[in-house]
Design a binder for this molecule. Structure first.
Ligand code: BGC
Length: 289
């Protein structure tokens, strides 16, 4: 940065040492885990963190081939990566995922708890199995991964020269942590749960210099919502909900994740960051209401 910001500090007050933020490679040398990193937003985030210099563990559930391909693409870019298959809703599998990362990379600095799914149904037809499956992966999965990450961060503390904080967690939420979603009650409930889980963890672990935030994507062009953007008709309908009048891309989320994980966001914790082209701005009122 060209400007010396220390000239703004009042020398009469206790001084805070601000983190250095070089222009690029803000995550150089950091070790990141992205759950659900084999496709969609998770894939974009895994590639984005790698581009910023992080070594990346690409977790996948069923897409082994896709997960390996993402890891391979990351390795070609010059940083370390491997793919690891596991179900984030199973405690023993999550423990094994973190144990292997400790063995292979020596530590974890960044967790992006991204793995998620939809199992949509009209409410009165929703089965308990559909409800449980979504809550287990989207909410319990994030709990298990965040808990394992916090344990590792607390044990180790701040590593000087790596990051100003002892660890960063980014929970992948959704605009549906505040926008009710008919026909998707299980999904909206899981995302609403993530919101207060994230903020409560953030409050609890801030004294340990651990930062916990959420990204709340709007409509992002990924396989999960293909029917909302595949045809021009569907895309036109979708745009009625997006004041910015374009669909989001996984890169939009990746950029937000890199920022939240980097020391540029060192004073940011407990934030729900909506990356949604204005979807949460009550677009129905665009024309006056
Ligand atoms: C859902 C997508 C949906 C978007 C906006 C996301 O959380 O996974 O299917 O298009 O929210 O409604």
């Amino acid at each position: 940065m060209g400007f010396d910001f220390s000239t703004l500090h009042d020398p009469a007050l206790p001084q805070v040492v601000m983190p250095e933020c070089p222009a690029a490679q803000k995550l150089r040398g950091q070790k990141a885990l992205v759950t659900g990193g084999s496709s969609g937003i998770g894939k974009g985030v895994a590639l984005g963190l790698a581009e910023a210099g992080a070594d990346v563990v690409v977790n996948y559930h069923s897409g082994a081939e896709e997960g390996e391909a993402v890891a391979e693409a990351i390795r070609r870019s010059g940083v370390r990566a491997y793919a690891h298959g596991c179900d984030v809703s199973e405690e023993d599998q999550v423990e094994a995922l973190f144990a292997r990362m400790q063995e292979e990379f020596g530590r974890i600095d960044i967790l992006v708890a991204n793995a998620g799914m939809q199992k949509d149904a009209p409410f009165d037809e929703m089965t308990l199995a559909q409800w449980n499956a979504v809550i287990k992966v989207n909410l319990t999965g994030q709990f298990l991964c965040a808990r394992a990450a916090v344990r590792a961060f607390k044990k180790r503390g701040v590593v000087p020269g790596v990051s100003s904080s002892a660890g960063k967690i980014i929970c992948m939420s959704s605009v549906h942590d505040v926008i009710p979603w008919a026909g998707h009650v299980n999904y909206a409930a899981s995302k609403g749960g993530i919101s207060l889980m994230m903020k409560s963890i953030a409050q609890e672990v801030a004294p340990y210099r651990i930062r916990v935030n959420a990204i709340c994507p709007g409509a992002i062009r990924t396989p999960i919502n293909e029917e909302a953007w595949r045809t021009p008709e569907a895309y036109g309908e979708l745009m009625k909900l997006v004041p910015y009048k374009r669909i989001g891309e996984a890169e939009d989320i990746a950029r937000a994740a890199v920022w939240l994980a980097s020391d540029d966001a060192d004073y940011v914790t407990g934030l729900s960051l909506y990356v949604d082209g204005g979807m949460t701005l009550y677009p129905g009122f665009e024309t006056g209401g």
